[in-house]
Structures are given as C-alpha cells and as structure tokens.
Design a protein around this ligand. Structure first.
Ligand code: NCD
Length: 332
C-alpha cells in the first residue's frame, strides 16, 4: 500500500551485527550422553557455570530465559536433579512444567506412551528434561521431540548433567583435573553417575581406582574405554587400599531399585562406610564427593570435615544446569 511504502522501515535488520554467540555448538542440541562433551565444550560450560555462580551470589536471578518454558518429566524419584533444574530455570527467568512428583498423576498412569507424552509436552515447552528407568529412553524421547531433550538419568545408563557437575566440583575444589588420583566407591555396576563421570574422565590425564564388591564391579564396556584411553587403573574391594593416596573419593549408594534379587542387595548394601577413622588416613586436601542420596555410605560425623564436598557439589548442580539451559536455548 501507498502509505506503507512511504514509511521508513521500523527496524533495519540488516544493520544488526552478526550474532557471535554459538553456545559452543550446544544450541538446540539434545544432551543425551557425556560423549557429546570434549574438553573444549567442558571448559565452555564450566566457565559459564562460574558466571552463573557469580550472578546468583550477586543478584540471585536474571531474565535471560524469560518467556521460555522447561518441562521436567521424571518417571523415577528425584530430589536434587529435579529441584536444581527447576531452580536453574527460574533463576534464569523462565517457567517450569514440573511433572516430578510422580508420573502417577499424569496421563502416564492411563497408559500413555513415552512418545506421546513427549510429543504433548513439546507443544507447551522449549526444552524437556527427562528421567526414565530404561536405558536409551532419553534418545528415544529426543528422536520424537523437535525441541531439545536433556537426559536426567536413563536407568543404569547415563546421567550426563550429574557428571558435568561432578567434574566441575572436582575442578572447583582442587583447582585442576589432570594429575589427580580419583577413587570411585560403591555400586559401580548400576550407578549411572559413575558411568558418566568415568567416561568424561577418560579425556583427562588421571589415575582411576574402582572400589566395589565383586558383583558391583564397573561394567566391562566402560572398563575397556578406560583401558583404551591409556589410563592408569586398578580395581579393589577395599577402600583402605586407596584412601591414602586418593585426591578424590567419589562414594555412591548401592542402587537397590536395579536389583532383581533383593537378597543379593541385602548382601552388599552395607559394604562400605566412610568414617572419621578412615578420613584420618586420607590426604589433608582429599575431597569426598557423593551424588546423593546417601543411605549409610558416609557417616554423618564426616559432614563437618572440610573435605566433605557433597553439599557444595549439590549447589554446583544448579550453576551447571543454568549454564546448560542457557546454552541449549541459545543464550550467552
Ligand atoms: C543419583 C541418580 O539418580 O543417579 N542421584 C542424583 O541424581 N543426584 C544417584 C543415586 O540415586 O544414587
């Protein structure tokens, strides 16, 4: 129309500078496995997480993701992972659809398939965080969804965002990753956090010690990845064998829900307990970590020890998830 033609353009889009932010290749991507993270991408997420920490400490929140919505879909119990994703999204100014208090209240209890639930939630949201008991379920969801899916634990498979926060915690606590002796203790067979963290660590120059009862040894496929990476590695049944030299003691719960034979669980459930007596023979700057929840693996008397990092680790989870949500949703 004539009048319109005479009007100057409201906004000259061509005059805008080219966006330089790339999200380090994470924008619009699913986060399914730690294999997506090379050291460059890890450094990027860690430095963004450091900025998120500063932001939270200074002002508490921002509006970076205002108007964006996260759907949090948990088919397995969770406290830390779900709460930290929700807090992360809200501190970035976004909104949350929380289906975390038991999918029994959602249409899943009516027999809806994962595919249909995912295709429904993506109508309302910009990113989906999924926890599910089946290995590979996050990839299945990602195949159905056009929006990014973040794996918050697929059965005994992977838990990539936990591994990111674990590695970030090691770096924050000890100032480095290369050169460290890291001991993992407990349920190495079913513990998905151990699987993901171990895979991430194969990219670094570390020594690994795996401490478990015989039936809970690290799966062979992951052990082979460790060996192929040329890492100095040893397995043992006894924490006392490794605690003197360890820089990091990563303790885990025996994953009761993965056992088909509960009698077997009963046999191994109380196998390890980190006590003040054990801590007395550890290095003065060793760091004790645990993805939590703990069910007896670390004595409460250890909590006051400055080397007990597990609650600082929890907080780091929020910063890492803030960094990840911002990256996946294309915001610097
Ligand atoms: C872990 C998990 O769910 O795999 N918890 C968590 O996410 N922090 C560890 C566990 O449940 O033992």
């Amino acid at each position: 129309m004539l009048i319109k033609e005479k009007l100057p353009p409201l906004f000259n889009f061509d005059a805008l500078p080219e966006p330089t932010y790339t999200g380090n290749g994470l924008t619009d991507q699913d986060v399914i496995s730690v294999s997506q993270f090379d050291t460059e991408r890890l450094d990027y997420i860690f430095s963004r997480a450091g900025e998120m920490r500063e932001l939270v400490e200074r002002v508490g929140s921002t509006d970076l993701l205002r108007g964006r919505v996260l759907a949090c879909l948990f088919y397995e119990p969770s406290t830390r992972t779900s709460a930290s994703f929700i807090s992360a999204m809200e501190r970035l100014g976004g909104g949350v659809i929380p289906i975390t208090q038991g999918v029994q209240f959602s249409s899943v209890s009516k027999g809806e398939t994962l595919a249909d639930t995912i295709r429904t939630l993506e109508q309302f949201s910009d990113v989906i965080v999924l926890r599910h008991p089946t290995v590979g379920s996050a990839q299945v969801a990602a195949d159905y969804a056009a929006i990014p899916v973040i794996n918050a634990g697929d059965g005994p498979g992977e838990h990539p965002t936990q591994a990111l926060l674990d590695l970030f915690t090691i770096k924050e606590e000890l100032g480095r990753i290369n050169g460290l002796k890291i001991a993992m203790v407990g349920d190495l067979r079913y513990g998905r956090t151990v699987h993901s963290l171990t895979r991430l660590l194969t990219q670094y120059d570390v020594s690994l010690r795996f401490v478990s009862p015989e039936i809970l040894r690290l799966p062979l496929t992951i052990m082979n990845q460790v060996i192929d990476a040329g890492i100095d590695v040893r397995e043992t049944h006894d924490v006392a064998d490794v605690i003197k030299n360890a820089d990091v003691l990563y303790v885990t719960r025996v994953q009761k829900e993965r056992f088909t034979d509960l009698a077997q669980y009963e046999e191994v459930k109380n196998h390890y307990e980190i006590t003040p007596e054990l801590m007395a023979i550890a290095k003065q700057d060793m760091v004790v970590m645990h993805p939590l929840p703990r069910v007896g693996e670390i004595h409460y008397a250890v909590d006051d020890d400055p080397r007990a990092a597990y609650f600082r680790q929890v907080r780091n989870g929020m910063y890492i998830r803030m960094a990840l949500l911002a990256a996946v949703l294309g915001k610097a």
